[in-house]
Design a protein around this ligand. Structure first.
Ligand code: UFG
Length: 357
């Protein structure tokens, strides 16, 4: 039996693949590589010494996706695939509703048809909107403030309704706070296309010399130093959280919801300073206007995950910065492969990479 991982080539997906493989799971990845690179999976195989079955297809392609369910014995699905840029979701909301919501419905329909009723879903702290107080626990009021956030919230509601309609389902919804860091090998990490929207990839692009200055979006928030405070979590801790959530999902039915965060907030200036002391690289900064829709402070109450999943984030902010930097400095152009050098993808392509188009 295997675990189907949608969006397994992405930042959180690829790190979770490593932890799933290390835990002895067989995995099948479905990815359209629209915002990721198959090279990340090649590296996952190199890091773990294990193989992955990879389908290059779009989740909206029902027929091809059904083939995956027909050919493989699937025990559970971890559903990462989706679009995640807040600004883009405002500009092109239909794209977000189609890509995030329609794909989730398609995958759930197939899961139901093939009696694969175990699902772990990637949600986000974005479903809390602009919280009135911190730390944020799972019972806080939910309110999305942009189309991306609404897709996450709507999917959470769809999944709750799905369970009500069929009690055989076991669904675990994981609300991520701010994942940063990278695998300690420096071989995989976050590889955004274009100019990064998020803080840590922006900092590492400045550090590597591809961007000149970090724009800090406002310094007048009611926080320790006026800059926004977030709960940064190491992506490997987050990935381990998925393995534990999967175990729990396989053991009982129902819908369970967990925050995955550290419970500690850092301001933008504190992150910059941690990065500088972890790496020795100075980050030039410029204070600019606040970004519309940004909360002043957002950090998790992670006690529920600790109690019920036996999960706790272990890695601190310095390790997050060191690992982000190891990845970026060794891979200044991300997963882009120099065609003249040995193409490591060949090692795995015949056996494991099965592009269908
Ligand atoms: N920031 C800057 N400059 C930048 C980028 C970010 O000052 O160039 C600041 C932001 O204002 C914020 C903090 O750094 O205070 C973190 O910003 P990110 O964009 O890294 O993260 P967000 O908390 O805004 O967004 C993240 C995810 C979203 C998710 C949201 C809420 O990227 O997908 O958390 O959970 F919706």
């Amino acid at each position: 039996m295997g675990i189907l991982v949608t969006g397994g080539a992405g930042f959180i997906g690829s790190h979770t693949c490593i932890e799933l493989l290390n835990d002895g799971n067989e995995i099948i990845v479905v990815d359209n590589f629209s915002n990721s690179n198959p090279e990340s999976l090649n590296r996952v195989c190199r890091i773990t010494g294990k193989s992955i079955k990879i389908y290059h297809l779009d989740l909206l392609d029902l027929e091809s996706l059904e083939e995956v369910f027909l050919v493989n014995q699937i025990e559970a699905v971890i559903h990462f695939a989706g679009l995640k840029a807040v600004g883009e979701s405002v500009q092109d909301s239909l794209k977000y509703y189609k890509n995030n919501i329609a794909t989730t419905i398609i995958i759930c329909e197939l899961m139901q048809k093939y009696s694969v009723k175990n699902l772990v879903f990637s949600s986000s702290a974005t479903v809390y909107g602009l919280p009135d107080t911190v730390p944020i626990s799972e019972g806080f009021p939910l309110k999305a403030i942009n189309p991306y956030g609404r897709t996450k919230l709507m999917i959470e509601e769809i999944l709750q309704d799905l369970y009500i309609s069929d009690n055989e389902w076991s669904i675990t919804i994981l609300r991520y706070f701010n994942p940063i860091g990278a695998h300690e090998s420096g071989m995989i990490g976050e590889d955004p296309s274009g100019t990064p929207n998020n803080l840590m990839p922006y900092i590492t692009k400045v550090a590597v010399g591809q961007l000149n200055v970090l724009n800090i979006f406002g310094n007048d928030y009611p926080t320790i130093d006026g800059t926004g405070v977030r709960d940064y979590i190491h992506v490997v801790d987050l990935a381990i959280g998925h393995v534990l959530a999967l175990d729990k999902t396989l053991k009982s039915t129902g819908v369970k919801i967990y925050n995955l965060g550290t419970g500690k907030g850092y301001s933008v200036l504190e992150v910059v300073s941690a990065f500088e002391s972890a790496t020795g690289v100075k980050i030039p900064i410029k204070i600019t206007n606040p970004r519309p829709g940004d909360a002043a402070i957002c950090y998790a109450d992670p006690k529920k995950a600790e109690k019920e999943l036996n999960w706790k984030a272990k890695k601190g902010i310095i390790e997050m910065c060191e690992d982000s930097w190891r990845w970026q400095s060794r891979n200044p152009d991300g997963f882009k492969i120099n065609e003249e050098s040995e193409n490591p993808r060949l090692i795995y392509s015949e056996d494991f990479l099965i592009p269908n188009n």
